[in-house]
Design a protein around this ligand. Structure first.
Ligand code: FUB
Length: 327
């Protein structure tokens, strides 16, 4: 029998997990993480150390019960279009089906985003034969809005290849903007009614400072790197993401799902390990941040563990910064 979970401790310790996307389905918390493999790799900027091959779904009846690992939910051998690196996934519910969205490299080495379906939130998931037409890069995060319109946010720099798509086509030698130029933003695409296609071309999201000026590529404390997540609080859209090279989770707010978003501040200070990746979910009357660090492996970048902690808002709607190593 597994032990009850505790805030700021690994949800599971029998496998390495990362990139947790948390949702409430059927009154329970379901967590869709990456499944880090217990392999030794030197880290590089291309992310070759993240060589994941499958997904496991985790669930918790509540924030004090045990965390259940439902076992293999999808394996890369069953995804015809994918060759390697099943990175950060997300999930959504529509018309009686659960959808798993996931990035992987296609057979040309280009990151794409695919979908898989199940009748259960825990899987197993049956993959679609092709990736979502028009998709690219990594880290899909799907918001189903109150009006039931669904949006996929995605994109990540460096190993995630976002800078290679600046022209709208994949250019393998393309680099990011100069430091003083506007930073690259995450992309957003509205999804079709069946959640399996993009409606139109993905659009780039603009993130601006409090004067309305676009954040620049050199502003590494604030600019977008990877791992977008959008949640709604008191009618506003909160876009949170990793700053990558400065290892923070920060956020920006908008009145509209496609932005522009105005930068606000830091949610999570740097954690053990290079990457930081999160999700934010309301469960009953509280809000929670799900995140990862590399504490379980003693600091290996590619062997991470997912955790959660309570997230609190101030009266004005700003989020109270979290340092997970200080109580
Ligand atoms: O887990 C592989 C990659 O590391 C994710 O896609 C990024 O967000 C970072 O967490």
């Amino acid at each position: 029998m597994s032990k009850p979970v505790k805030a700021n401790e690994p949800l599971v310790t029998h496998i390495y997990t990362a990139d947790p996307s948390a949702h409430v389905f059927d009154g329970k918390l379901y967590i869709y993480p990456s499944h880090d493999l217990d392999r030794n790799h030197a880290s590089n900027d291309n992310g070759d150390q993240y060589d994941m091959e499958d997904y496991h779904v985790l669930s918790m009846d509540d924030t004090e019960s045990a965390c259940i690992d439902h076992g293999e939910a999808l394996h890369i051998r069953d995804v015809p279009w994918a060759s390697k690196q099943m990175w950060a996934p997300d999930a959504a519910f529509r018309n009686g089906s659960y959808y798993l969205f996931f990035p992987a490299r296609d057979h040309d080495g280009v990151f794409r985003i695919g979908a898989a379906k199940s009748s259960s939130p825990a899987g197993p998931f049956i993959p679609e034969p092709h990736y979502i037409a028009g998709s690219f890069s990594i880290d899909p995060a799907v918001l189903v809005d109150e009006d039931q319109r669904a949006y996929m946010y995605f994109g990540g720099l460096w190993g995630g290849q976002l800078e290679k798509w600046r022209t709208g086509e994949y250019v393998s030698e393309a680099e990011g903007p100069a430091k003083e130029e506007p930073a690259l933003g995450p992309r957003v695409a509205e999804l079709s009614e069946d959640l399996l296609a993009f409606q139109g071309e993905p659009e780039e999201i603009l993130i601006v400072d409090d004067q309305g000026k676009p954040l620049t590529a050199g502003d590494e404390e604030r600019r977008y790197f990877e791992g977008p997540w959008v949640h709604k609080y008191r009618g506003k859209y909160y876009l949170s993401y990793s700053t990558g090279t400065t290892h923070k989770i920060v956020y920006a707010v908008s009145e509209h799902p496609k932005g522009p978003f105005v930068f606000q501040g830091t949610i999570l200070s740097p954690v053990i390990g290079w990457t930081t990746h999160h999700s934010i979910v309301q469960f009953r009357d509280k809000w929670y941040l799900f995140y990862h660090d590399s504490s379980l492996s003693g600091g290996a970048d590619n062997k991470r563990c997912v955790k959660f902690t309570e997230l609190q808002y101030n009266e004005d709607g700003t989020i109270r910064p979290i340092d997970p190593y200080k109580s």
